[in-house]
Design a binder for this molecule. Structure first.
Ligand code: 7PM
Length: 259
């Protein structure tokens, strides 16, 4: 999954597209580099970021989804927690809901049930404005599992098919460095759900903290983290550096096939 951030403040991917055509070209570039899903987002979830209005988010993502759809049938996910944005994005041709709030915003779960498309449920402790103030768990894996249990049950009871659910532990979303490392090392424990696992580690501050490197210098660390996530059972990795990640995963696949 390649990240396509349509936000003026997307610090981590340098994604500043002055028009939808440029953003669509970046999506096509990521596809040619090996991405099979493009994640289109118009709302920054950066800690302390200013909330974005529905109209603002729509004006960012809908023209980009339409521009990509004119050129390609690539699978598109809409990175949004707002039911109005999700509805219009799916109508414009998006295929998957990627919600960092795991359908906990008002109306989101009902909208997902109505649309009957795959949805990624991401774990986040607290909310973006406060999540990194004091992340606290007794056992981070147990608590993420309890969260998944609750959200899966809520989704199924609303009419969302269980086999349309993707699970994501939410690296960096209300977690300390140690919590993130524990989640990555124990990612295999989520295999019991028999659902696809998505991992987003690309360019995140946990990598910067380990290496003392700025966001622009985390490509090798991001590729390594993505590979580790796949080895631990992730089916989908959300990445900025698509070409480099695809190379690492191709080597892994070749070695795996040889065993
Ligand atoms: C600021 C803070 C900017 C955090 C961008 C981010 C994930 C996601 C994001 C993830 C899923 C980033 C994040 N991260 N969706 N959206 N999983 N499903 O680093 O880990 O890209 S935004």
């Amino acid at each position: 999954m390649g990240v396509l951030n349509i936000t003026p403040d997307s610090f981590s991917d340098g994604g500043r597209y002055s028009n939808p055509e440029d953003a669509a070209d970046q999506a096509l570039r990521m596809m040619s580099e090996g991405a099979s899903i493009i994640d289109v987002g118009g709302e920054s979830t950066r800690p302390g970021a200013n909330p974005v209005s529905v109209d603002q988010e729509l004006s960012r993502v809908i023209p980009v989804i339409e521009a990509i759809r004119k050129k390609s049938n690539v699978v598109l996910s809409i990175d949004s927690s707002k039911p109005q944005v999700v509805a219009q994005a799916i109508a414009a041709g998006a295929n998957i809901i990627n919600d960092v709030y795991a359908l906990r915003q008002p109306g989101a779960i009902e909208m997902a049930a109505l649309l009957q498309v795959p949805v990624c449920l991401m774990h986040m402790q607290e909310k973006p404005q406060t999540m990194q103030l004091k992340p606290d768990y007794v056992d981070v894996v147990d608590e993420v599992k309890a969260f998944f249990d609750e959200r899966i049950a809520a989704c199924v009871s609303q009419g969302i098919r269980r086999d349309n659910i993707i699970l994501d532990p939410g690296f960096g979303f209300g977690k300390t460095l140690q919590h993130n490392l524990t989640l990555l090392s124990r990612l295999n424990e989520f295999a019991n759900y028999r659902l696809p696992i998505l991992a987003g580690l690309s360019r995140k501050s946990m990598l910067g903290a380990l290496l003392d490197k700025d966001v622009g210098d985390r490509a090798a660390a991001s590729v390594t983290a993505a590979l580790l996530a796949v080895i631990k059972g992730a089916l989908i990795v959300r990445v900025h550096d698509v070409a480099e990640t695809a190379e690492a995963l191709m080597i892994y696949q070749a070695v795996k096939n040889a065993t």
